[in-house]
Ligand binder design. Structure first.
Ligand SMILES: [Zn+2]
Length: 114
């Protein structure tokens, strides 16, 4: 009797998850915490003059330290086989452009999976 009642109050529309690929769980990346990685990051930022290196229509982004937080980004991401500690595989990006690049890479990666 009670089971029949519970069955009848189940939602009529099931929750449908349309995502085709679940993002990997976020975990702390040990490599990013090492001294050699910090040295790589500083070398990338220094080479860039502590200014974002993003180019848009031939114009370089103006954001620089200390007004803006900067990221040392891997041009070819490590998961795509890019070197983790080669300065030539690094570029200095502001938060906006680092986020944009990460979004584009993720979109490209997910497109490959379909
Ligand atoms: Zn920028």
């Amino acid at each position: 009797m009670i089971q029949t009642m519970l069955r009848n109050i189940r939602p009529r529309l099931p929750v449908l998850d349309l995502r085709t690929a679940q993002p990997a769980p976020k975990t702390a990346d040990r490599e990013l915490l090492t001294g050699v990685h910090r040295a790589w990051r500083e070398a990338v930022l220094q080479r860039a003059g502590h200014r974002c290196e993003w180019m848009e229509h031939g114009v370089r982004c103006e954001r620089s330290e200390p007004a803006y937080r900067l990221f040392a980004d891997h041009v070819v991401e490590r998961r795509d086989g890019g070197s983790a500690l080669d300065v030539s595989n690094g570029q200095c990006l502001c938060a906006v452009h680092h986020g944009l690049k990460t979004f584009r890479e993720r979109s490209r990666r997910m497109a490959r999976l379909t």
